[in-house]
Design a protein around this ligand. Structure first.
Ligand SMILES: Nc1ncnc2c1ncn2[C@@H]1O[C@H](COP(=O)(O)OP(=O)(O)OP(=O)(O)O)[C@@H](O)[C@H]1O
Ligand SMILES: [Mg+2]
Length: 414
């Protein structure tokens, strides 16, 4: 069995009960009321709001508490009408008993859970949205949807037929309290200021706060304010934006160079951001190529500076400034691509989550369990089996790709 310490804390401490889902009390009440009594008013419900605040968790906890069987679909399942119908139609064709749990563990019926529905709006064809609409119209069982951004135009038809439940960032004191509880259970000695900083830095995203807590408290089970200093770079988003604005709008290399010398941005982050934004700044390919040439010179100087050759810094500023001044006349204000740190970490975790979700979907299909159950109760064993024998017969029965096998074998935590 996988060692408990290797579990990702966000999974280990994912609330199992409604009352454990912290914050967003109004949204919780609205949703539970709908699930219990008000399903006749609107057929579907759309939980929307920022990432990591407990939308998915609340649905799973409520289903568990009321003994619903969750039929789950995520964005990748909802790509086409055909895929949707294959899963959702049978699931929604039988009416639940419509009475609440009598204390036995018998399921009182299905609920269809379409998580991350904004994912379907990213697809070109509208088959997905229309198929969901039809399902909602015909469904005899509750249909629950979750999304981050409810303003996506393509979701409009879904919003019309749904009760909208808005989630907000979880308040900092609540996050601190949660982190304290986890520290107690994990025997982590943490300074209060460190927890406060992690919570503030999370901007109300409980998932990222717990992830930060786990990665920063590390092997030695302690956490000081000093340990949280590296989080600071994430907060630089705002100052990077401002520096980018000044960087791209200055008219001379000397001005840009001295502006950079006085700014307090992290140079590596800034360089990455510049590289991200150059294609927006220069539409002419020859100009863009020259700008990248300068940016790569700057990168080279940055590498040489390392931790001691600070006298090379002026060359770094100079090369970087040149990249902004390839053609000052063509400058027009433009909106910047978000600074890189956030993009990279989000992409990285999202990507990881996607691989794991795909694997769990395959296991779920074969074993007739939900993605969530596959993740929590199957993966540790599958991992152990594959670590002993990579070509174990389960590889073919679950139809795992070599990449997925590799992912499972090498995953330290999940
Ligand atoms: N309100 C909360 N109370 C307790 N833990 C939470 C809460 N919100 C999030 N978490 C923690 O963060 C993890 C991720 O939460 P969840 O998957 O519910 O977020 P979400 O709102 O669905 O985010 P996304 O929009 O990215 O899907 C959970 O496993 C849990 O550990
Ligand atoms: Mg979610």
């Amino acid at each position: 069995m996988q060692k408990q310490t290797e579990l990702l804390w966000v999974e280990k401490y994912r609330p199992k009960k409604i009352e454990e889902v912290t914050g967003n009390d109004e949204a919780k009440v609205l949703f539970i009321e709908w699930l219990k009594n008000k399903r006749h008013t609107k057929k579907a419900v759309l939980l929307y709001g920022p990432a990591g605040v407990g939308k998915t968790t609340l649905v799973m906890a409520a289903a568990k508490e009321f003994n619903f069987t969750v039929i789950e679909m995520n964005a990748s399942d909802t790509r086409s009408e055909k895929a949707i119908n294959a899963v959702a139609k049978p699931a929604t064709a039988y009416k639940s008993l419509d009475s609440f749990s009598d204390g036995t563990n018998k399921s009182i019926g299905n609920i269809l859970f379409l998580d991350e529905v904004d994912g379907i709006a990213g697809n070109e064809d509208r088959g997905g949205v229309n198929a969901i609409l039809k399902i909602v119209e015909k469904s005899l069982v509750p249909v629950i949807m979750a999304a981050n951004d409810p303003d996506i135009g393509k979701l409009r038809p879904l919003k019309k037929v749904s009760l909208l439940v808005r989630f907000q960032q979880v308040r900092i004191p609540l996050i601190i309290a949660l982190l304290q509880k986890i520290c107690l259970l994990e025997h982590v000695k943490a300074e209060f200021e460190a927890l406060e900083r992690i919570a503030q830095n999370s901007r109300g995203d409980v998932r990222s706060a717990i992830n930060d807590l786990q990665s920063l408290s590390g092997e030695n089970h302690s956490l000081t304010l000093q340990d949280t200093m590296m989080l600071h770079s994430r907060n630089k988003d705002i100052s990077i934006d401002e520096t980018l604005r000044r960087y791209f709008s200055t008219q001379s290399i000397a001005d840009t160079s001295s502006m950079l010398a006085f700014s307090s941005v992290d140079y590596d982050d800034f360089l990455l951001s510049v590289a991200d934004n150059l294609p927006k700044r220069y539409t002419d390919t020859a100009e863009l190529a020259r700008a990248y040439e300068y940016a790569s010179q700057a990168d080279m100087f940055r590498g040489r500076i390392g931790t001691e050759n600070w006298h090379l810094l002026k060359y770094f500023f100079n090369a970087l400034a040149k990249a902004s001044a390839v053609n000052p006349q063509s400058y027009k204000p433009f909106t910047f691509i978000t600074p890189p740190i956030r993009i990279i970490t989000l992409f990285w975790t999202k990507n990881k989550r996607n691989i794991l979700n795909n694997i769990c979907a395959k296991i779920g299909e074969q074993c007739h369990v939900s993605v969530e159950t596959a993740k929590l109760t199957f993966i540790p064993y599958v991992r152990l089996m594959l670590q002993r024998r990579r070509n174990h017969p389960i590889v073919s029965s679950f139809k795992l790709t070599p990449e997925e096998v590799n992912y499972i074998v090498t995953m330290g935590r999940y």
